[in-house]
Design a binder for this molecule. Structure first.
Ligand code: LMR
Length: 335
């Protein structure tokens, strides 16, 4: 027997924006359909794998009540459009990179500060903290509910020429996400930044619209960016993590029992997925090398030059984020 949701938008009828859609999970149209749209690879990527794990759990444990479908690789929406689609009830879950919430809150700019976390472990410890959970609540006034974080990894620079020192980046054009912190960071290198949607990055690198980009090992590998770049420099300069969000209307439309089962599965799945990130990112790094990609490691002195060039941008964003919030995040120790 199906459970009908209170909010009409919450009851997805396998129709998006008026168009009949493929139904990858085989939802029968009577259960509550939870569509999760994202932009990365369906598998072999921390977010793609976490989304699929969540779908598997929901489809098994909530069978007859709810059914989840995953739409990877920007097949449904890019990260800008998905925010609108959530409020319209066309999708029920999304996990844009934290860099993409600028239009909704400036608090999450925290995560883009270069060299904020000393390691993936400290970044993971922070996103599990109460303070990190509070930061997501900044989205509530916009009609969204943050359910948690998916960690992806630390970011590396790549370009069409070798990058060893910050001076090597001067004069180049880098693709960045829709983040003003990223723009400021690139400008600190005396380079220029161009905001582009994720699905456009490979083409922009290939055709020389931009010279370089910054991303996680798994994005660089699964999107094949390394094939159209001279090499990747292991800067580990920023964290790439995602805010898993839904609309308040959807969540409030679920009956209490369904909502609490759904939220429990989400919590457990995210915690489990985030524990596997270091391993997955390591595998993507190795796969790039196996496929003939060039990875440049930095000496401590070279890395220090990148830190001292980019870290001063923190000051520009202290007012948006809060000096105390920055200090707490920067002082996080690994679990
Ligand atoms: C990007 O746009 O580079 C990333 O946010 C894509 C993603 O979701 O990892």
């Amino acid at each position: 027997m199906s459970k009908m949701l209170g909010a009409a938008s919450a009851l997805a009828m396998c129709v998006v924006a008026g168009q009949a859609m493929a139904d990858p999970a085989g939802c029968d149209g009577e259960e509550t359909v939870i569509r999760f749209s994202h932009v990365v690879a369906a598998s072999g990527h921390p977010k793609g794998d976490a989304a699929q794990l969540l779908a598997d759990r929901i489809n098994e444990q909530m069978e007859g009540t709810a059914c989840m479908e995953v739409y990877p690789n920007s097949t449904l929406y890019d990260d800008d459009k998905v925010m609108e689609a959530l409020l319209l009830g066309d999708v029920q879950l999304a996990a844009p990179s934290l860099s993409k919430f600028e239009a909704y809150t400036k608090k999450l700019r925290l995560y883009d500060l270069p060299f904020l976390f000393s390691s993936l472990d400290t970044a993971n410890a922070y996103i599990g903290s109460d303070e990190a959970k509070d930061l997501l609540s900044a989205l509530e006034s916009e009609g969204y509910t943050g359910l948690g974080y998916i960690m992806s990894g630390l970011k590396q620079f790549s370009a069409n020429k070798p990058l060893e020192t910050p001076e090597d980046a001067a004069g180049l054009k880098f693709r960045v996400q829709t983040s003003d912190v990223a723009v400021a960071m690139i400008e600190a290198l005396n380079a220029s930044a161009q905001k582009l949607a994720f699905k456009e990055v490979y083409g922009a690198l290939q055709t020389g619209v931009v010279d370089g980009q910054e991303n996680s090992w798994c994005n660089i590998y699964t999107q094949k960016f390394f094939e159209v770049q001279d090499g990747i420099t292991e800067t580990n300069h920023q964290v790439l993590a995602y805010g898993v969000i839904t609309s308040q209307e959807f969540l409030e439309g679920l009956d209490e029992e369904t909502r609490s089962q759904f939220l429990k599965i989400v919590d457990e799945t995210l915690a489990e997925a985030n524990n596997q990130v270091a391993e997955k990112e390591g595998e993507c790094r190795q796969s790039i090398m196996d496929a003939g990609g060039t990875i440049r490691e930095l000496t401590p002195e070279q890395r220090e030059a990148w830190v001292s060039t980019m870290k001063p941008v923190w000051q520009q964003f202290e007012g948006d984020i809060g000096a105390d919030v920055i200090e707490n995040a920067a002082n996080t120790s690994a679990n």
